[in-house]
Design a protein around this ligand. Structure first.
Ligand code: ADP
Ligand code: 5GP
Length: 203
C-alpha cells in the first residue's frame, strides 16, 4: 500500500502526530510502520535521555547533552519540545518541513505538550492518540518492558494519567490491542488525509 499517490500535488501530504502515554506501544507501532511502510518518513527526535539498550543513535533518537539541547532551542531549530519524566525531547524543524515540501507523509511520535505545540503551529496536522485497552494493561506493559526502574515507572504512570485525560484533544483515538491492527488503521488515516489536506503552512 503506497501513501504517495503519483500525480497528486505533493504538497498536499500531511503531518501526522502519534501520541499517548508511556508504555502504550508507540515505539512498537512506529517500528512496525518503519518496516512495513518505509514511505512514511518518521522524524528522529533529539533527547537528553541516555540510550536504552538496543537504541541506535540517529535512528531512534539523536542523543545530546543539556547544553546542546539549550543551543537547539536558542537557535530555533526545534519545531516543538517538551520535558518528559526528567528529560527533554524535541523535533528538529528543518527535516520535517523539507519532507512536507516534498510531499512525503510525515509521522511524529511525541508526548502531549509537544502535540499541543504542533496543533498550534500547524493546525492542519492530524493528531492521533494511542490508548491502552485498560489502565492495568498500560501499567503491565510499562513494567514488562523492563527498561525503567520503579521510580521512573511511577513518574511515567503519574504522567500517563494526565495524558489519558487529554485524549479528547486529539482528532482520533486508536486503541492498541493489536499492533498490526493499529498500524493498518493509522496508515488508512494517513492515506485518507492525504487527498484532503491543505498545503503545509510555512513556519
Ligand atoms: P511506548 O513507546 O508507548 O512507551 P513501547 O512501544 O515501548 O511503548 O511498548 C511498551 C511495551 O508494551 C513493550 O514491551 C511492547 O512490546 C509492549 N506492547 C506494545 N504494543 C503491544 C500490544 N498491542 N500488545 C501487547 N504488548 C504490546
Ligand atoms: P521515551 O523516553 O519512552 O523514548 O519517550 C518518552 C516520551 O517522550 C514519549 O511519550 C515520546 O512520545 C516522547 N517524545 C519522544 N520524542 C519527542 C519529541 O521530539 N518531542 C516531544 N514533545 N516528545 C517526544
Amino acid at each position: 500500500m503506497s501513501l504517495h499517490h503519483p500525480g497528486t500535488a505533493p504538497e498536499r501530504s500531511r503531518l501526522t502526530v502519534l501520541s499517548g502515554p508511556s508504555g502504550v506501544g508507540k515505539s512498537t507501532v512506529v517500528a512496525r510502520l518503519r518496516a512495513t511502510h518505509p514511505e512514511i518518513w518518521q522524524s528522529v527526535s533529539v533527547t537528553t535521555r541516555r540510550p536504552r539498550p538496543g537504541e541506535v543513535a540517529g535512528l531512534h533518537y539523536l542523543f545530546c547533552d543539556e547544553e546542546e539541547f539549550d543551543e537547539a532551542i536558542r537557535s530555533g531549530d526545534l519545531l516543538e519540545w517538551a520535558e518528559f519524566a526528567g528529560h527533554r525531547y524535541g523535533t528538529p524543524r528543518a527535516p520535517v518541513l523539507e519532507r512536507l515540501r516534498h510531499g512525503d507523509p510525515v509521522l511524529l511520535e511525541i508526548e502531549l505538550e509537544g502535540a499541543r505545540q504542533v496543533r498550534k503551529a500547524m493546525p492542519e496536522a492530524l493528531l492521533v492518540f494511542l490508548a491502552p485497552p485498560s489502565w492495568e494493561v498500560l501499567a503491565k506493559r510499562l513494567t514488562g518492558r523492563g527498561t525503567e526502574d520503579e521510580v521512573v515507572i511511577a513518574r511515567r504512570l503519574a504522567r500517563a494519567k494526565v495524558e489519558l485525560a487529554a485524549a479528547s484533544e486529539f482528532d482520533v483515538t486508536l486503541e492498541n490491542r493489536d499492533v498490526h491492527d493499529v498500524c493498518e488503521r493509522l496508515v488508512a488515516l494517513m492515506e485518507s488525509d492525504e487527498d484532503s489536506a491543505p498545503p503545509p503552512s510555512d513556519l
